[in-house]
Design a protein around this ligand. Structure first.
Ligand SMILES: C[S@@+](CC[C@H](N)C(=O)[O-])C[C@H]1O[C@@H](n2cnc3c(N)ncnc32)[C@H](O)[C@@H]1O
Length: 130
């Protein structure tokens, strides 16, 4: 979107990193967030094909996992990562999880064989100072 000054800005206000905690309870309500639900459906179709064709193995990370779609396809060796504890809470409790901001804290570059970021646009930035 464009502001009155003509500069692009994020209309969602996600510069406030706590935002997903406050929307976590309703984020997956398709009546309230139909566009998110549609993107989620499309992502599920894409992941189904990816898991069928490439059969990811090894240690897998789902960063910005929310209610993890990756967990629908594979739970073994999966690590769920999200900075929002309320979004992480949407998952079954027995999965390994980390509540961290991936732009500010390192996640092991050599730790994972696969890293997924499904609908990861909130941290599609130039870095921590963006
Ligand atoms: C649009 S939601 C998508 C959630 C989930 N992947 C899905 O497809 O339903 C983005 C998620 O990314 C998380 N997130 C945003 N910025 C992040 C960051 N810098 N580090 C970790 N998680 C982040 C949010 O808390 C939120 O759960």
């Amino acid at each position: 979107m464009k502001s009155a000054s003509g500069l692009a800005y994020k209309s969602s206000g996600l510069a406030d990193r706590r935002t997903y905690d406050s929307v976590a309870g309703e984020y997956y309500d398709e009546r309230l967030h139909p566009t998110c639900a549609d993107f989620r459906s499309a992502s599920r179709i894409y992941l189904a094909r990816l898991f069928d064709e490439l059969k990811p193995t090894g240690r897998i990370a789902d960063i910005g996992c929310g209610r993890s779609l990756v967990a629908e396809f594979q739970q073994q060796n999966l690590v769920l990562i999200d900075e929002s504890s309320e979004m992480l809470r949407q998952n079954v409790p027995f999965l390994e999880s980390r509540c961290i901001n991936v732009e500010r804290e390192p996640i092991g570059a050599s730790e994972f064989d696969w890293i997924f970021a499904v609908l990861g646009d909130p941290y599609n930035t130039n870095g921590p100072n963006d």
